[in-house]
Design a protein around this ligand. Structure first.
Ligand SMILES: NC(=O)c1ccc[n+]([C@@H]2O[C@H](COP(=O)([O-])OP(=O)(O)OC[C@H]3O[C@@H](n4cnc5c(N)ncnc54)[C@H](OP(=O)(O)O)[C@@H]3O)[C@@H](O)[C@H]2O)c1
Length: 336
């Protein structure tokens, strides 16, 4: 009591104490909310977007990995599903799996549209894609299709075609598909759009994946701007801030504490719709980091706030991945 009394006699000390107390309160409030959203609160029910009422979910890049898992889990939640990618056989198998595994009292339909999202000039294919969407009551769009560099590479040395394809698929195709679908969601005043972001574009800049990171940063800004436009029209738009997930793209074959399987990852997304989880109050509107360990990493990185530290770490990680990749290529070349 007497110490407090003395502090009150010293305005600068009192100010420092007040700032300290406020900072601690802010830290506790934020940490508590991040934990609450990540581990306790349920997200918005998918019924809001037409689950179980005949609505469709459209998933791009659906033949494998995260996109395939979105398709399966959205079907289980009661959506008819339109899946799209290049591999026709994989899509047909997915359609059969969705239709055969849906319960008789809750039958869902599925259809496949074979599509190369890098072929922006193929007007006929895009017309066919638009025609397949015609007349469907689309409740959910998952802009999942994405391409990364084959291996981390300095931008100056990256293959021109690879850079071009990353831009085409991650930016142009996602925007084009959204342009087809969003107006009808607005008309129906109901919809959910999930854009597949990445830590590299939404969290920490990523040396040696510059083009990929740039396209994911585009998706984050696109999401936030679009979300504000359509918020009062019944359409929710979210960018998923994703760290590593087991897949062909990540080249990680086994799950670990920070790298979930697509199944666990997608389950966390669908359970946390509308919540920011690890991205809460980080100045990134409509970004969500729903998977629990990704949420903690995202939260901790923002708490530390020293971006250069993480950029340096990512750069050295990518240099070593590149070295290993080149050594592998050399070994394969020798075998031939
Ligand atoms: N895995 C991760 O660690 C991670 C981390 C952050 C963000 N992400 C993002 O998550 C999304 C899915 O990635 P993933 O890890 O599931 O990758 P994945 O396993 O490699 O699957 C990619 C999917 O996209 C399709 N695809 C690729 N190029 C295409 C094209 N030109 N036209 C049509 N479809 C195409 C592929 O099917 P076809 O070959 O049949 O066309 C496949 O279905 C991507 O946007 C990625 O950037 C992933």
């Amino acid at each position: 009591m007497s110490a407090l009394f003395k502090i009150s006699e010293h305005p600068i000390a009192a100010l420092c104490l007040a700032v300290g107390v406020l900072s601690c309160a802010k830290f506790v409030l934020k940490a508590a909310n991040v934990l609450l959203q990540t581990f306790v609160l349920p997200g918005t029910s998918l019924k809001k977007y037409g689950a179980g009422k005949g609505a469709w979910a459209v998933v791009t890049g659906a033949s494998e990995g995260i996109g395939k898992e979105f398709s399966l889990q959205l079907a289980k939640k009661g959506f008819n599903v339109l899946v799209s990618a290049r591999n026709a056989a994989a899509l047909d198998a997915l359609v059969a799996e969705i239709e055969s595994s849906s319960p008789p009292n809750n039958k869902v339909q599925a259809k496949a549209v074979v599509m190369d999202f890098s072929s922006l000039e193929d007007a006929e294919k895009w017309r066919a894609f638009a025609a397949a969407l015609e007349g469907l009551d689309i409740g959910v769009l998952v802009n999942n299709v994405g391409k990364s560099h084959t291996a981390p590479v300095y931008f100056a040395e990256a293959a021109d075609q690879e850079v071009e394809d990353i831009l085409r698929i991650n930016v142009n195709a996602n925007v084009r598909v959204t342009k087809f679908i969003l107006p009808r969601m607005v008309e129906r005043r109901r919809g959910l759009i999930l854009n597949m972001g990445s830590f590299s574009g939404t969290g920490i800049p990523s040396p040696m994946l510059a083009t990929y990171a740039g396209t994911k940063a585009f998706l984050s800004a696109f999401t936030a701007s679009l979300a504000a436009e359509v918020k009062d029209k019944g359409v929710d738009v979210q960018c998923l801030n994703t760290y590593f997930v087991v897949s062909n793209m990540s080249k990680i074959r086994r799950a670990n504490i920070t790298t979930p399987t697509p199944k666990d990852y997608v389950r966390s997304v669908l359970n946390k719709i509308g919540l920011s989880c690890g991205a809460l109050w980080t100045g990134r509107p409509n970004v969500s980091t729903p998977y629990w360990s990704h949420a903690i990493i995202d939260y901790a990185m923002n708490l530390v706030g020293w971006k250069m530290l993480f950029i340096r770490y990512t750069h050295s990680l990518h240099k070593s991945i590149r070295k290993r990749y080149l050594r592998k290529l050399e070994r394969e070349a020798k075998k031939q």
